[in-house]
Design a binder for this molecule. Sequence first.
Ligand SMILES: [Zn+2]
Ligand SMILES: [Zn+2]
Length: 398
Amino acid sequence: MASKDYYEILGVERDADAKTIKRAFLKKARVLHPDVNKEPDAEAKFKEVNEAYSVLSDERKRANYDRYGTAEGPGGFGSDYVDMSDIFGGGFGINDIFDSFFGGGQGGGTSRAARTRGRDMGITLRVTLEEAAAGCTKTIAYDRLAPCDDCGGTGVAEGGHVKTCDRCHGTGRVVEVQRTIFGQMQTQTTCPACHGSGKVVDKPCETCEGQGRTPSRETVDVKIPAGMHSGQSLTVKGKGEAGVRGDASGDLVVRVEVAESETFQRQGDDLFCRVAVDSLQAIVGTTVRMRGILPDDEVVVEVPAGCSYGQQVRVERMGMPRVGTTARGSLIAVIQVVPPKGLTAEQLDDIRKIVDARGEKDAAGEPKAKPAQDGADFAGTRKKPKFKGRGRRNGRSK
Ligand SMILES: [Zn+2]
Ligand SMILES: [Zn+2]
């Protein structure tokens, strides 16, 4: 990849400006697009041209490429940029952009009117659970058909005009008569002269071929509100595909995917997490302080005396924020009783004395451990909060 000369692929000088690079790319892409070019190596060349353009059209990647011979640079990209493969994986790749750019799907003899409004586009954005809890702003880089810079989205070159199409008289459709074995057949098709818009430009803009829009790398800042759930989406108005010749743009729909956390498991607005408690402390009760989901959270877990393995202790208002409110869910600490560490021989002796004093009968009467509880999913073990009043002890839900 690094050995390719992107400038040579696009046929531009090394000091070419952004506009020149874009024009050269569009020119090459139009003749190499697999829909129009049936040469066996057209697709490979088309991909090469795309790759060259994706690097040279991005200031950061181009600078890296000029300096280090690779778009990634020496240390790779900052995490603020979304992996482009995510976006392509979502079904909105460069081919999709070109399909609409070349009027793909308008053939086939249907009388479907040409679409001139821009389509909505979808992108998946992944955030961590911590980011979803605190809320964050993410910069998304993506490809879309944007209004053409050279004609301001009109599709008309300087001195040109938009006229009613002569071929279809502005209807956007033409009737064709075909002779078949069943006799004459009349079919209505989209007007090939105006692609169904009913209007033609006498002097089209060269850059966009009169479409008023060109493929463009865009960046948009998306604000994720605190408490967002996986699968919810945000709409950025007008940042989808641009319309033909100044028609309305579609929207960019950003679907948020919240990654799972190793520490916290989310259930609605509540967060479950395992808290290890020394078995001796579990007997007498203790207070555990721990880090919460938000940077400033200090979670205080009141472990009651006689706490057993798997017992849940609820800490109110330490869960996920609820979108658009100041409310928060609860943090539910699932107590993991662990053997005490670092007991001295004397301490062990003392404990043994207590155990001996209680006698064998009591020891044998202890409930048996349930190994299945260890590592079991929290789901299904959730209990509704039983204590609503203030000042009452939490954690006696078992
Ligand atoms: Zn233009
Ligand atoms: Zn027409």
